[in-house]
Design a binder for this molecule. Structure first.
Ligand code: FMN
Length: 203
């Protein structure tokens, strides 16, 4: 995608899903939650993915932790919510077959596009984008933030690298400033699952 192309349109460049995974092997989905209201409902996405046969790990940015019930999520997924790098010698998380960033904040989208890796969540993303696996971002932000030029450039940059940023008509539309809590309940988690499982259709 070229700079100047509308942020609602898609890119065609990157190899996508690992079709080589046999159907009888359970795929692992890593959900990266950022610090915005829908993070309190991330269990909805966990259940949706589990219903579709995915093993799920949850990673949280430090800011996301205040929104989330990490005990409930550990019970749901069978593994602790990760927000920090492990100490040397500790066992590593399973390598993910796909990543969903939801809710994806203005901050994480902007930093990720620049290649910044100063949290565990951004480190997971930085590496995932360099691998041929689906990476989907479901943003949650207001229209004032979404209108910023640096943000528009970030979305273009990420799409250029093959990240599916589900922003625009028919996907997530930024809400008016100050109305975030009104939109938490309608956050379209299913769009992210659909995109992970049908990554090539719109590309
Ligand atoms: C109650 C509350 C709601 C927030 N809602 C949003 C939001 O909807 N979208 C967003 O981009 N940032 C939101 N923020 C700001 C982010 O939490 C903040 O930018 C933080 O640095 C994001 O860090 P992260 O991207 O590492 O999760 C909210 C903050 C608070 C305290």
């Amino acid at each position: 995608m070229q700079e100047g192309q509308p942020v609602g349109s898609m890119d065609e460049t990157r190899p996508r899903v690992d079709d080589a995974i046999p159907a009888d092997i359970q795929r692992t989905l890593c959900i990266v939650a950022c610090g915005a209201g829908p993070a309190s409902d991330v269990g909805k996405l966990v259940r949706l993915a589990q219903e579709r046969g995915w093993n799920v790990q949850v990673v949280a940015t430090p800011a996301a932790l205040q929104f989330m019930d990490t005990v409930e999520l550990k019970t749901l997924t069978g593994s602790a919510v990760r927000s920090k790098y492990l100490s040397p010698g500790e066992s590593r998380s399973e390598r993910a077959d796909a990543i969903i960033v939801a809710p994806a904040t203005y901050n994480t989208i902007s930093k990720c596009a620049l290649g910044i890796s100063d949290t565990y969540a951004l480190g997971v993303l930085a590496e995932a984008i360099g691998r041929p696996i689906p990476v989907v971002m479901l943003p949650f932000l207001n229209a004032a933030l979404a209108a910023r030029r640096p943000f528009e450039r970030s979305v273009i940059q990420l799409r250029h690298e093959g990240v599916q940023v589900l922003l625009g008509s028919g996907q997530v539309e930024p809400h008016p400033p100050g109305t975030g809590p009104d939109h938490v309940g309608g956050f379209p988690w299913h769009l992210a699952m659909d995109a992970v499982e049908r990554p090539d259709e719109d590309r």
